[in-house]
Design a protein around this ligand. Structure first.
Ligand code: GDP
Length: 185
């Protein structure tokens, strides 16, 4: 029998949304997973694959935005269409600026391909309470009105203060089948 494909989760978001920082924060307790963060922010152009032991692979997508919309669409579309063994996609949204028009590129693609995803609000340490609340409410409304495949619970994280990182780690472990229940073990 052929070996099962390793399970994948994928992280996407606008350039500079804090994707590399979040991935690094997620793996801060697993130093064997090497995460590079570029010195010039927002310059991740290609896909990176982080293999987490035999458990799962995290796919880091190139950032989208005004710099490289076409590259993004080509690369990401090809990847998403092939599906691999993609368990969940994490769509990162900047907690300071909230959902932007360009985020629709990603939302529409995920919706069109029927790929389950969750939204993650980043850099929450930098947003005031008022701004954060406004962005959370806007996203909740957007998810409710405009999406089918988006998990209704938004994740709030700060890679600087490590808030929300532990919960997200657990969620990743769960969707990749790495938190087996008693019955399943
Ligand atoms: P990427 O382009 O999406 O990979 O974004 P980076 O991880 O390179 O982050 C872009 C910029 O935002 C960098 O200057 C980071 O230091 C900053 N940044 C990332 N995450 C956070 C965060 O949680 N809080 C704060 N205050 N800054 C962050």
């Amino acid at each position: 029998p052929s070996l099962p494909l390793p399970l994948q989760v994928c992280f996407i978001g606008r350039s500079n949304v804090g994707k590399s920082s979040l991935i690094r924060a997620l793996f801060s307790l697993a130093p064997e997973v090497e995460v590079r963060v570029s010195k010039t922010p927002g310059h991740t152009k290609k896909m990176n694959f982080f293999k987490v032991g035999k458990y799962f692979t995290l796919v880091d997508m190139p950032g989208y935005g005004y710099r490289a919309p076409r590259d993004f669409v080509e690369m990401v579309e090809a990847y998403l269409q092939e599906r691999h063994n993609l368990k969940r996609t994490f769509l990162l949204v900047d907690g300071v600026v909230g959902l932007q028009k360009t985020d629709n590129i990603a939302v529409e693609m995920l919706e069109e391909f029927g790929i389950p995803y969750v939204m993650v609000l980043t850099k929450i340490d930098r947003a005031s309470r008022g701004v954060l609340l406004k962005n959370v409410l806007e996203i909740q409304e957007f998810v409710k009105e405009n999406t089918q495949g988006c998990f209704p619970q938004l994740f709030l994280v700060s890679s600087v203060e490590f808030s929300g990182v532990h919960l997200l780690r657990c969620f990743v472990a769960h969707v990749t089948g790495n938190l087996p229940t008693l019955e399943a073990s």
